[in-house]
Design a protein around this ligand. Structure first.
Ligand code: PLP
Length: 349
């Protein structure tokens, strides 16, 4: 499979990881309200979930000020990307993405017979002009852009994204993957009118909300697009427990604020750690930090040595950032342990 799961690596190594810092999960866990909801819903799981996810859409509509008919709940961003591809792509249509960026879009696009055009990063950042020119040149149907991006961690500010959205050519749609939006200041999130723009925004409960295993994400888009997705989506795809836990989490804004504050502290600590090891960290707007370790061989070595010491991290597998390692921000005790282990490994050369 394209992603080797930490569980599979554990089987190979014959041991369990002590620190799990490779999948950009939230090691703080979910809100206590969501945990209580999980206990309460356990005895109701004989029931089907609401196929319209009305409670969740209503809460999101109030929070984000989007109309209910412009919100679709899906099985994580990954599920929603698959839905978008199935809705809009015919075999041999061109689609545009960044070489080495988050790959789920590529998997679905390739699986559906699209022609994938991959634009290299411009330094540590996505090449927005490159994406646009390619979309025009190939008369592409879709552009995929993660902002903030994974694995670079970099983000463009709201004005840059608003300008970019305004330039999406006719006949083309932008998938704006905002999985890490919760880690950006609200004032830096682009204002996008889904009624007049060619854009589908995607968000998730997998990151700051600490509910990756619940598999819930949502799309914000023109009601006409949402109506199209309804025709082809799985009727009961969004599970009951996921719906209830995410609704509970949305009612605990203070918890998300606390988590994102601690993540910001953790990022600063990772920058310092990298600097103390003579390595360059890329400034991040997410819950992970990507560190340039100088060469592909070195990045493979770091991942291997850390795994031997019981730490799961990942490295960008392809593209301009493959000489980097990517480390999820963990809790304070996890970060202290990580720093100790990385210093020890670094001393080996
Ligand atoms: N989009 C990006 C940019 C990600 O980095 C990730 C997970 O790491 C996802 C989407 C997956 O989101 P979900 O769990 O909602 O499918």
């Amino acid at each position: 499979t394209p992603f080797k799961a930490p569980e599979a690596i554990e089987v190979e190594l014959g041991r369990t990881f002590m620190l799990r810092l490779g999948a950009n999960e939230s090691n703080w866990g979910c809100s206590p309200l969501a945990q209580r909801a999980a206990e309460d819903i356990a005895s109701h799981l004989f029931k089907y979930g609401d196929p319209q996810s009305v409670e969740l859409r209503t809460l999101l509509s109030k929070k984000l000020n989007y109309s209910i008919d412009s919100i679709l709940i899906g099985e994580g961003i990954d599920g929603l990307i698959g839905l978008i591809i199935r809705a809009f792509i015919n075999p041999n249509d061109h689609v545009i993405t960044t070489h080495g960026s988050y790959p789920t879009f590529n998997f679905h696009a390739n699986g559906f017979g699209a022609r994938l055009i991959e634009i290299p990063y411009a330094g540590d950042q996505i090449d927005l002009d490159g994406l646009l020119s390619a979309a025009i040149q190939y008369q592409a149907k879709l552009i995929y852009l993660a902002n903030p991006d994974n694995p670079s961690g970099t983000a463009y500010d709201r004005h840059t994204i608003e300008l970019f959205v305004a330039k999406i050519p006719e006949g083309c749609l932008l998938i704006l993957d905002e999985a890490y939006a919760d880690f950006m200041p609200n004032t830096q999130l682009a204002e996008i009118d889904v009624y007049t723009s060619r854009v589908i925004r995607l968000r998730t409960f997998s990151k700051a909300h600490g509910l990756a295993g619940a598999r819930v994400g949502y799309a914000l888009a023109h009601p006409n697009y949402i109506a199209t997705f309804h025709k082809i989506r799985q009727h009961f795809g969004v599970n009951l427990a996921g719906q209830v836990l995410c609704a509970a989490s949305l009612r605990d804004a203070a918890y998300i604020e606390q988590v994102t504050k601690e993540v910001a502290e953790g990022r600063a600590e990772y920058y310092q750690l990298a600097e103390s090891l003579g390595l360059r960290a890329i400034p991040s707007s997410t819950n992970f930090v990507t560190i340039d370790v100088g060469s592909i061989e070195k990045s493979i070595w770091w991942v291997k040595r850390l795994a031997e010491e019981g730490v799961f991290i990942r490295r960008p597998g392809t593209g301009a950032l493959s000489q980097c390692i990517r480390i999820t921000v963990g809790t304070r005790p996890e970060r202290a342990l990580l720093a100790e282990i990385m210093r020890k490994i670094h001393a080996e050369g």
